[in-house]
Design a protein around this ligand. Structure first.
Ligand code: PEP
Length: 256
């Protein structure tokens, strides 16, 4: 049985003060929901310290970074290292988000280097993959996902793979309000799991949590999470207000 994992990706929204206010409202209404789902918040880097200090040590909520450098230290202007994130008690890191791939030119090779660096620091990668509309419509869905997975995970052994969460995010559904149908999402998730089984083993693939991302909201989270291969969500827009994120988590937990 895979425990659902719901992660908020705040992107370039919510500064330190707002993060503090968000989390005090959010955690006061979480009840025991973190017994049933892992809840993760990914603020912008500068809001991480405020977010961490606003969380009670027993809130059950983990903090993620939205990105990380593949380097350890040195002349890399604007970059942040895994060790810096560890110092802030960050637990997860989103790697390979489609906005990083398309707007900042991140390749599968760079994403692979970041995943390795994150694992070396014992951070848990949330490894994002997904196809564009063009790729889907031209019949390349499986080819694209297979190469993102194979190249992104090259050289990652079973032990590290167990600590990785995969986020399947069809690019055409991110921030667009267009959500994949439950059939499209389940089919892609089952395919992703089968590729992981080919690369590792069926037994390991059964343990890996695969989140869906792309316009997930409270009113579609339940039917998505009810699918056998959908184990959570990576949520942008609907995670920017405490109430809408709480409603989404409640719906996901009720179904998952
Ligand atoms: C995301 O940024 O990963 C995402 C899924 O965004 P949204 O929920 O807004 O589509």
């Amino acid at each position: 049985m895979r425990k659902p994992i719901i992660a908020a990706n705040w992107k370039m929204n919510i500064g330190p003060k707002e993060a503090e206010d968000f989390l005090s409202t959010f955690t006061s209404q979480l009840d025991n929901i973190t017994d049933e789902a892992d809840v993760v918040i990914a603020p912008p880097y500068v809001s991480i310290p405020a977010a961490v200090s606003a969380l009670h040590s027993n809130s059950g909520v983990s903090i993620a970074a939205q990105n990380v450098s593949e380097q350890d230290s040195g002349a890399y202007t604007g970059e942040v290292s895994t060790m810096m994130l560890k110092e802030l008690f960050v637990r997860y890191v989103i790697i390979g988000h489609s906005e990083r791939r398309t707007l900042y030119g991140e390749t599968n090779a760079l994403i692979n280097a970041k995943i390795k660096k994150a694992r070396a620091a014992n951070l848990k990668p949330i490894f994002c993959i997904g196809e564009t509309l063009d790729q889907r419509e031209s019949g390349k869905l499986e080819e694209v996902l297979r190469s993102q997975i194979t190249e992104g995970l090259a050289g990652i052994d079973d032990k590290d793979m167990k600590e990785i969460v995969v986020a399947y995010e069809p690019v055409w559904a991110i921030g667009t309000g267009v959500v994949a149908t439950v059939e499209q999402a389940q089919e892609a998730h089952a395919f992703v799991r089968s590729v992981i089984a080919d690369l590792y083993s069926g037994e390991l693939a059964e343990k890996i949590r695969i989140q869906y991302g792309g316009s997930m909201k409270a009113d579609n989270a339940g039917e998505l999470l009810a699918q056998p291969d959908i184990d959570g969500g990576l949520v942008g827009g609907a995670s920017l207000e405490p109430q809408s994120f709480l409603e989404l988590i409640r719906a996901a937990v009720a179904a998952g």
